[in-house]
Design a protein. Structure first.
Length: 165
């Protein structure tokens, strides 16, 4: 957001300063978060062997979800997020062929996994679920608990909508 947009947001919604602070924090970490998600997902899934320009397309999609989730958080409007991006992106992503993992999920005795049991999902939904679950988990690591609490419902919405039928 530009300084003019921030000033307008403050003027229109002075009670939402916490959301504005969270949005600034998200913007500060977004590039590193997206790059890490891409690196980890590409290590497990053979996207580049199956799709031309896989890296740039995945980066675009993940950044779009992050940006729209941030705007939705600022507006506190999950319906806008669903209607403007998620339903369209789900249709596109699920129409593509995404191969299954080449690297098995590491089982840990005491750690959290990357986001649940994906074996119940269709093969082309698994990487979508894991990508956006990983986006959520990396933001959870990077953001303050207060900022993450405001952002989490929109990340959950992205995971659930994009990976559902």
């Amino acid at each position: 957001m530009s300084e003019t947009e921030i000033a307008e947001y403050r003027r229109a919604l002075p009670a939402e300063e916490k959301r504005l602070g969270a949005a600034r924090e998200i913007a500060q970490h977004e590039q590193a978060v997206v790059e890490r998600v891409l690196m980890e997902i590409f290590a497990a899934y053979p996207f580049e062997a199956n799709h031309a320009y896989a890296h740039s397309k995945c980066m675009r999609d993940i950044r779009s979800v992050s940006a729209y989730a941030t705007l939705s958080m600022l507006m506190n409007d999950p319906h806008w997020f669903r209607d403007k991006l998620l339903l369209w992106l789900r249709t596109i992503l699920q129409a593509l062929y995404f191969p299954d993992r080449e690297v098995a999920v590491k089982k840990t005795m005491f750690g959290a996994s990357s986001g649940g049991d994906v074996s119940q999902l269709a093969v082309n939904q698994r990487s979508i679920f894991e990508t956006y679950s990983k986006l959520k988990s990396v933001y959870k690591e990077k953001l303050t608990p207060e900022s993450f609490a405001l952002f989490e419902p929109f990340l959950d919405q992205a995971v659930n909508t994009l990976s559902s039928k």
